[in-house]
Design a binder for this molecule. Structure first.
Ligand code: C2E
Ligand code: MG
Ligand code: MG
Ligand code: MG
Length: 281
């Protein structure tokens, strides 16, 4: 009888597994559909100067709303796109749309996120340069955000891609800094133009007594290497004050603005509305 029960569990497990696989396959099909009609959306979140609070850049963040209105977050659909070979198309769609939008915001930086898999594509650098040329967008105003993952899994290819981008004048920023294991050697070797402190370090400020010391030491290391630092995930005045004192020169977070639509950033950029009055996206 124990054997029967065992088989029952196996069958149940297999059914659940099949259901999951089916759900995944359906989601992938939905994503493919959205991409085929150029339907991936982009939200924009301002970055502000730590001292003046003036806007100095925007980060483009992918948004996906299915035909039936269902929304999924990037933490779900970016890995889905990576698994199903759709990340290159998705990434290019976000890039092309945001270059077009950011053209009007003439004296600020456009930051976009790039998956490690995109950097591994030997055509990636040329694709970015082509998109810049088509959009007639100044490469100096583009910043590409990469995470540590890329440096660890394939450092040589990453180095080649990063060098190619930097040669064209594009800025490279290390995203989510402090959440992983990047060594001092890595930080120097890749010649990052900027680092973005991970939100977990900001959260640690309020949570444990060493939080402030870790944040301070992390920013001090970047400063010692002459790499400017952005703090992300700033939600309160106290957090803004703390990271300013530690030497961050740019801030990003809900305190200033949530990610919003292209039109809202445009209004914000031209001084028509304060960022805080914008809607959420
Ligand atoms: P990220 O690049 O670290 O982006 C910052 C994330 O933190 C965004 O989440 C943003 O909405 C959120 N955020 C900003 N300020 C605050 C704050 O004050 N409090 C809190 N709680 N959150 C804040 P989002 O848009 O859900 O994106 C999540 C991640 O998905 C991004 O993290 C990035 O790694 C990835 N991602 C988004 N768009 C793209 C894309 O176009 N391509 C690729 N490859 N990855 C993307
Ligand atoms: Mg980012
Ligand atoms: Mg980040
Ligand atoms: Mg992140």
């Amino acid at each position: 009888r124990a054997k029967d029960r065992g088989r029952g569990i196996t069958i149940e497990f297999e059914e659940e597994f099949d259901r999951d696989t089916k759900v995944q396959a359906e989601l992938e099909e939905h994503l493919r559909q959205t991409l085929s009609t150029g339907g991936i959306g982009v939200a924009y979140q301002p970055l502000v100067h730590a001292s003046s609070g003036a806007i100095c850049g925007v980060e483009a963040l992918a948004r996906w709303q299915r035909a039936d209105g269902t929304r999924h977050g990037p933490d779900m659909f970016i890995p889905l796109a990576e698994r199903s070979g759709l990340i290159d198309i998705l990434g290019m769609q976000v890039l092309e749309k945001s270059l077009k939008a950011a053209k009007r915001w003439t004296d600020i930086t456009l930051a976009i996120n790039v998956s490690p898999l995109q950097l591994k594509n030997p055509k990636f650098v040329q694709n970015v340069l082509d998109a810049l040329a088509v959009a007639e967008f100044d490469p100096q105003r583009l910043c590409i955000e990469v995470t540590e993952g890329v440096l660890i899994s394939d450092p040589e290819q990453a180095q080649r891609a990063i060098s190619g981008l930097k040669d064209a004048g594009i800025k490279i920023s290390l995203d989510d800094y402090g959440s992983g294991f990047a060594s001092i050697g890595t930080l120097r070797q890749f010649g990052f133009d900027r680092m973005k402190i991970d939100r977990s370090l900001i959260l640690a400020l309020g949570n444990d007594e060493n939080g402030g010391a870790v944040l301070q030491a992390t920013i001090a290391l970047a400063n010692a290497l002459h790499i400017p630092v952005t703090a992300e995930g700033i939600e309160t005045e106290a957090q803004a004050m703390a990271v300013r004192l530690c030497g961050c020169d740019e801030l990003q977070g809900y305190l200033f603005s949530r990610p919003v639509t292209e039109d809202e950033i445009t209004a914000f950029y031209f001084g028509e509305i304060p960022a805080a009055a914008s809607g959420v996206m």
